[in-house]
Design a protein around this ligand. Structure first.
Ligand SMILES: Nc1ncnc2c1ncn2[C@@H]1O[C@H](COP(=O)(O)OP(=O)(O)OP(=O)(O)O)[C@@H](O)[C@H]1O
Ligand SMILES: [Mg+2]
Length: 330
């Protein structure tokens, strides 16, 4: 958590009535400069970030270490004071307690009381958000089951593994049944089974009509979960949009797989692209659609069989690397 005091409503926007079509979250030209140390050195953590999160979607905030993800999230939740820009939550100000009550937050490093058990900790969290005794107990038990912590529900959290700690953090974020879940690196510290379990919890939330915003480095999780993403680097948006569109945007290569290829055909295909010979198959990687047509015509002519023609899509990992390496700098 930041040590900064919570600011008054300094980046609120006009608050139109929320409606079905109103974004759950609207971030406009957000900037945050930290001033550090005696020399008052400036760190421009976020340098003009805009995006919107729509009702019912899973939105991913991606980027390498230090990109500004946590600062963006803390700004949205008013845990740090943005330098400029506007943030609207549910069409209103994030400073409004009624708006905040609709948000569940799991921090990057959940702060939990070491000597409390998950049951006690969740009870405390429920008290802090003003839940009654029965509601607290019912919700805490339901959350303990949801994050699969029943076996450890009465053990002190201080003895938990990182993965178990993450689950306590997740249970805490879900406790008051928020409309929007904001999760900072929810998969970190989890083994593959733990990641799948958290993924399933998040998907169940989406299926229940909730909206999710999360940061992650684990691109396979992002690829499975997210509807839309923003990729940040050095405090700026490098790419944004629907995940499927982003990874599909540039189909630059095609892979043609052929069987029954005799030597003359192989020689004719060689100039068109990159050939890889397997015992019974030939793989040809082609850069252009016109070359695909030529290769197919040659294959037909020589009596070869087309086993498959696959567009080679960029993976999220490739996109991520492209957008977050020095070559992508403006
Ligand atoms: N409280 C702070 N005071 C000063 N500088 C900070 C503070 N918090 C973050 N920074 C700096 O701001 C930049 C963005 O940090 P931030 O934690 O937002 O990145 P991140 O994308 O969440 O990174 P990570 O993937 O490591 O969690 C970094 O250069 C970081 O060192
Ligand atoms: Mg972070």
């Amino acid at each position: 958590m930041s040590g900064e005091a919570l600011p008054e409503a300094s980046v609120s926007a006009d608050a139109p009535a929320a409606s079905a079509g109103t974004p759950v979250l609207r971030v406009r030209d957000l900037k945050k400069t930290y001033v550090v140390g005696f020399m008052r050195k400036k760190v421009e953590a976020v340098r003009g970030v805009s995006f919107e999160v729509r009702p019912g979607e899973i939105f991913g905030l991606l980027g390498p270490n230090g990109a500004g993800k946590t600062t963006t999230i803390k700004s949205i939740l008013r845990l740090v004071h943005p330098s400029s820009g506007s943030i609207e939550l549910f069409g209103g100000s994030p400073a409004d307690p009624d708006v905040r009550a609709k948000v569940g937050y799991m921090p990057e490093n959940p702060y939990v009381y070491q000597y409390l058990t998950p049951r006690e900790f969740l009870d405390l969290c429920g008290r802090l958000v003003g839940m009654g005794k029965k509601e607290r107990r019912d919700r805490a038990e339901a959350m303990i089951d949801q994050v699969k912590l029943r076996h450890a529900a009465d053990r002190p959290i201080g003895k938990f593994s990182k993965g178990m700690m993450q689950r306590v953090g997740l249970a805490q974020a879900l406790l008051h049944d928020p409309q929007l879940l904001v999760l900072d690196e929810p998969m970190s510290g989890l083994d593959p089974i733990g990641r799948k379990e958290v993924r399933d919890v998040l998907l169940a939330q989406r299926d229940a009509g909730k909206t999710l915003l999360f940061t992650s480095h684990v691109l396979s999780d992002v690829e499975v979960l997210c509807d839309r993403v923003v990729i940040l680097r050095s405090g700026l948006v490098r790419a944004s949009g629907e995940l499927r569109e982003l990874v599909r945007a540039e189909v630059e290569r095609y892979e043609l797989e052929l069987a029954d290829v005799a030597d003359p055909l192989e020689a004719a295909l060689a100039p068109l692209g990159e050939l890889v010979r397997h015992p019974a198959r030939l793989h040809l990687t082609l850069g252009e659609r016109a070359d695909v047509d030529r290769a197919l015509a040659l294959a037909m002519e020589h009596g070869a069989h087309v086993v498959a023609l696959r567009p080679q899509q960029r993976s999220l990992e490739e996109l991520f690397v492209e957008q977050t390496t020095d070559a992508a700098a403006p």
